[in-house]
Ligand binder design. Structure first.
Ligand SMILES: [Zn+2]
Length: 216
């Protein structure tokens, strides 16, 4: 059963990858000179600052998030990243009322892409972190939040969008690696979690194994 499901999924992915590779809209995922992706809905966040000078942007960090935890499509992630979350909406929000964070991107359950911070700027998404001996991953990374939790599978549409975005980011920046938040902040973070299918992303985004140093 699992094998049959996996084969069906792989075949669908291959068809998607083939289709996406030839779709004119692929170019819309490439960031412009200011670091904004035309295919994304732009939802500007103030939670960023300047990247250090002369440091290449060479890492993509994959996260998951849901607000309230376990609920999808509420609009609260966008509100949270824009510092306008209505904390009366859920008891959990008291814990994050003073937190100021944002990823560059969010991929909703239906695959829709939102962008909060220009790729040229340092978004506050990874916190205390270290990538293969290099601290402060926010300095040199692009953060992609995928709406979800550690407990449920992500959607096919989310993989398609994530793959298109990662492919396009590689055209614009010298991306050397794609890592999970849990890889660069082990013990502190668990996302994107056990349901994130790295092989599926690698296949759809045509990522060579060298770009996935934590998946060897
Ligand atoms: Zn995270």
């Amino acid at each position: 059963m699992a094998d049959r499901a996996a084969k069906t999924s792989d075949a669908a992915d291959a068809a998607d990858a083939s289709h996406a590779a030839h779709a004119a809209s692929d170019a819309d995922f490439v960031p412009n000179a200011d670091g904004w992706v035309p295919a994304a809905r732009h939802v500007p966040s103030p939670n960023y600052d300047a990247r250090p000078a002369d440091l290449p942007t060479d890492l993509v960090v994959i996260h998951n998030i849901s607000l309230p935890p376990g609920q999808f499509g509420t609009g609260d992630i966008e509100a949270f990243f824009q510092n306008r979350l209505d904390i009366s909406r859920d008891p959990f929000y008291e814990q994050i009322r003073d937190v100021r964070v944002s990823a560059h991107f969010l991929i909703a359950r239906d695959g829709a892409l939102m962008q909060f911070v220009a790729c040229t700027q340092r978004a506050w998404h990874a916190g205390q972190s270290e990538f293969l001996g290099r601290p402060r991953c926010n300095d040199f990374s692009i953060g992609i939040e995928i709406e979800g939790t550690d407990d449920v599978p992500f959607t096919a549409a989310q993989y398609r969008t994530a793959a298109a975005l990662v492919r396009a980011l590689r055209l614009a920046y010298p991306i050397d690696a794609v890592a999970g938040h849990s890889d660069i902040a082990p013990g502190r973070k668990t996302d994107p979690g056990p349901h994130f299918d790295w092989d599926r992303l690698a296949k759809l985004a045509q990522l060579p194994p060298a770009l996935l140093p934590y998946r060897a």
